[in-house]
Design a protein around this ligand. Sequence first.
Ligand code: BGC
Length: 767
Amino acid sequence: MMKIDEILSTLTLEEKVSLLFGKGMWDIAGVRDIPEVTMVDGPHGVRKPLDMDKTGVFEGNNPATAFPILGALASTWNVDLAYEVGEALADECHYYDVHVLLAPGVNIKRTPLGGRNFEYFSEDPILTGEIASAYISGLQENGVGTSLKHYAANNSEFERMTISSEVDERTLREIYLRAFEIAIKKANPWLVMTSYNKINGYRSEENPFLMKEMLRNEWSYDGVTVSDWGAVTDRAKALETSLDIEMPGPSLSKQKQLVQQIRNHEIDEALVDASVKRILEFVQKASEGKKKAKDRCDFEQNHLVAKQVAVEGTVLLKNDRNVLPIKKEKTKSLLVIGRHAIDPRISGKGGSAMVTPYKLDIPLDKMKEIAGNDITIHYVDGYDDFNSEQNEMKQQEAIALAKQVDNVIVFAGIPEELEEAEGFDKEVTDLPQSQINLILSVVKEQPNTTVVLSNGSPVTMNEWVDEVPALVEGWFAGQAAGSAIADILFGFANPSGKLSETFPERISHNPAHLTYPGENGKVHYHEGVFVGYRYYDKKEIQPLFPFGHGLSYTEFTYDSIHVNKEAIQDDETVEVTVTVRNSGAMAGMEVIQLYVHDQESSVIRPLKELKKFKKVHLNPGEAKQITFTLSKQDFAFYDVLSQGWQVETGSFDLFIGRSVADIRLTKTIHITATEEKKPVFTRKSLTKEWLADKNGKKIITDFFDQLSDELNMEDEYTLSFLKECPISAVISLFGQKWMETNDAEAKVDQLIAQVNQLNEETSKGGC
Ligand code: BGC
C-alpha cells in the first residue's frame, strides 16, 4: 500500500510536474518508487503497439480479440453481455500487462456522417450510458481501469482539433453529457479523457463548465482526467480546470515551463498537489488491480463472447415472406456474393479502434461448415467497386448463377477504401453504385435474395431497399462476425438486435443536416435536444428503419401493462410491469423498450424519450413479466431558468414498444411536482404568465380594468390578443389616456413587486 500523503510530501516540484505528463506514448508515472501505469486503446479490443514508443495508429499492434464495434454492442441492448465484454477485455489487458483500457467512447451520434460513429454506442444517452456502465464495470471489477471518452460534444471529426461545438445548456445536459453522467455515477471510471474539440468556445480541457462545474462539483468526480493524445495547448490553463495528465509525454520543454510558472507564482502549487494526489491514488488502484489477473487468458473463450455480441447485435431489418432463415431441407444450392463474405471488415479504421484480430472467422467458410454436404454453396465476387470493366464481368457472372440457385446472399457494405475511420468524416452514406446495381440485378433474377450489410453507421438504401425481401444489418462485427452471421442466416441463432440509431431515408433528413459540419470554426447544434429519433418522431418523418427496430424469427406478443400507482408525487417511484410472450415457434430474445411522454410541458420536449429497456429470453409459448422502476429523473427536463431538473405536474404517458415507432402498450399516470417552478415576475413576463398565476391573474385583471374600457377580460379574442404581450406593451397600446395622470414605469414595477411578494408569502404558507 502506497502512503500517498507521505510520497507527495517527499517529491520535488520537478518530480511532481513530471507526473502530470505521460512518461511516454502509453505510460505514466514511474518516478522514484511509484510504479509505471500502462494505458492502451480500446474500445473494440486491446490495441497494444508492438513498439510502445510508437502510436500503432496505422499498424503494428499485438493480436487481441477484436470485438464488434460499440454500435453493434449497443444494438444488443444487453447490459449483461456488455459486462462480459468488459470482463474479457480485462483478461486480455492483464495478459498484456496493461492497466487501463482507453475506452469506452460515449459521444452521441449526431449525424451518420461522423467518422468515429462506429466507435460510439448510440444516438440515445440512456442506451449509451447503460451499456457503457456495464462495459466499464466488467473491466474495473476485474482490476483494469477505463477512460471514459471523449468529454464532451465530440460528435464529428471535421476540424476535430479546433472546432467549437456550440450547444445550449439544456441540450448538453439532456443529451451530450447525460451518458457521461450515467457512466460516472453508475460505474465510476478511473479516468475521464477530454476531447479534442472546444465546447462553446473553450477547449474541453480548459472548459470551466465541463471540468469544474459538471465533473468535479455536480458529479463529484474524484478520479483522474487525462487529455486526448496531443490535445493540450496550454498546460497551465488546463491545470487550473483540473486536467491531471497530459498525454503523451514527457514533453520536457512544457514541464520546464510549468515548473517556472509555479516558481514565479503564476500557478498555485496546490493545484499540482491536488492532481498528483489523484494520480497517485489511481496508480495505487492500477497496481492493486493486477492482483485480479487470472492465471491464464482464454482467448478462445473471449472469441465466443465476441461471437455472442455479433449474434445479438445483428439486426434483422426486413424479412418478407420469411426468406430467412435459410431452410436446410428446402435448399439445395446457395450463391454467396461479395468480398465481405471472404474478407470481412471487422471494424472501422484508424487510431483507437483498429485491433489486430487474434483469429478470424470467414463468413463463407462458416456457412460452408453449416451447409455440409447438404447444400452446395457457390461464391462469386459479383462486383468491383473500383474497376468498372471488372465490375461488369463480375456482375454478369453473379446474375447467371443467381438464376440457378435456391437462395442468394449478397454481402454488401462500405469498402475499406471509402473509410469509416478516426480522423475524418464520411462523405457518403450510400453503398457504392456497383453494389447497388448488383443487388438490383440479382434480386430480379432471384426473389429469395438476402442482403447482409457490413458498415459502421447507417447506410441509405432508397434505390434498392424495397426490392430486397430480406435485409440484415451485420455492422463491423469483429473477428467472430463470420460464425455469427452464418448462425443467423441458417437459423442456428435467432436475431435479437435492435437498432441503436435511426436509419434515415436520406441523409438530408438528419436533424443535424443544416448545420453539419459547421463553418468558421464552429458547429451549431441548432436541433437542440431533437437528436436522432427525438427529431424524426416530432417532425413526423418516417425514417427508413426507426430507432429500436429489429425483427426476429419468432413472434412476441405484448399482453399487458400495469402500474403499482396511477398517481405519484415526483419524489416517489412508480413500478411498471409488462407481460411479454413468445407466441411464435422458436426460442428468441426480445428487447422491451420503455419511452416516456410528458403530455403538457412549459418547454418543448420530445414526444418519446427512452428511459428503460430490458432484454429477455423467451422459449416458445413462454411469458415473462418485466418490471421497471421509474423515478423523478425519468420524467424531468433540465430547466435552464431554475438551473435544475424539473418535473411539472401533469399526465405522463408510458409507452412500451418494440421500437420507438412500434408502440404496443400504453399507460398514463399523473405526477404531482413537489417543487413547482415558482414564477418570478419581471418586466419581460407576458400577460399569459400573469394569467397563469393565481395572484398574478387577480392583479393584472384588476389593473387592466382600470387601464381602459377597451379591455374586456371576459372576451376570448381580447385575451388572445393580450396574452403574448408584456404589461408595458399593453399600457402603451391601450393606456395612452391613463398615462396622462399615471407613471407607467412606476406602475409596472409596483405590480411586479406586488405579485412577487404575494407569491413569496403564499409559498411560505401565507394565504
Ligand atoms: C483518440 C483517442 C485515443 C488516443 C490514444 C486519440 O487520437 O482520439 O480515442 O484513445 O488517441 O490512441
